[in-house]
Design a protein around this ligand. Sequence first.
Ligand code: HPA
Length: 275
Amino acid sequence: MSLFEQITNCSAVLTEKLQGRTPKIGLVLGSGLGPFADTFAQKIEIPYSAVPGLPSSTVHGHKGQFVSGTLNGTHCLAMQGRLHGYEGFTAQETVMPIRTMIASGITTLIITNAAGGLNPEWPPGTLMLITDHIRLQSGHPLNGPNEERLGPRFPDMTEAYSLELRNIALASAEQMGTTLQQGVYVANDGPAYETPAEVRFAKVIGGDAVGMSTASEVIAARHMGARVLGISCITNYGAGLSSELLDHSEVTEVANRVKKTFQGLLTEIIRSISN
Ligand code: HPA
């Protein structure tokens, strides 16, 4: 079966489960942010496993489902839990839920993640608007024959993270009195955190944050023509930048601590996008 047929089939199942709704804005909720979808009205939860053809997520703390619902009247479709390469999925597989959301009507995608910060002046809990990324991950989500019905063989990535959406995010943050830093996200494979030398390297090549997700999702979204906004929650200093050792529980703890601010910002951004 071609990729186009796979996506069309997944989208047909998702659309049926959405009971006629056409979602406008898609969200990928990273570590600790999953509960944001619980603020939706008229929720419908659809586990990835209920959509034949989609790989399902296994990582601790990731739920692995779509949540459909409205936020101040705007129809959103969130991914509660994403797929990571380190779970054993190929890059092409990790972006299947993204492609399915876009095939089901999403034109704007808001991607969130937890990341390690490379700027010593950004304490854990800092929110960072992603201006661009550097992808150091193995495999590529567009590897294999290109499916012209989904997008071009060589998609442009000059403005992978929409300037218009970034300006909306900055204005929303300002209106809320929330500080939103800006920077470049460096995507690594994980699941081991970076070594201090890798963190120094990420900084030297122009990075401001390091993480294990997002870049492939953005590539697939741009391939299919959706516009993208990305925001990182800096949950820790990159390895070697502080005396602390890295621990996943710290990541989720910090993400939980800023959850309210992050959710408030997302709500405001979605309100602005919809106006
Ligand atoms: N590195 C990679 N991924 C991460 C980090 C980190 O320091 N923190 C949260 N996700």
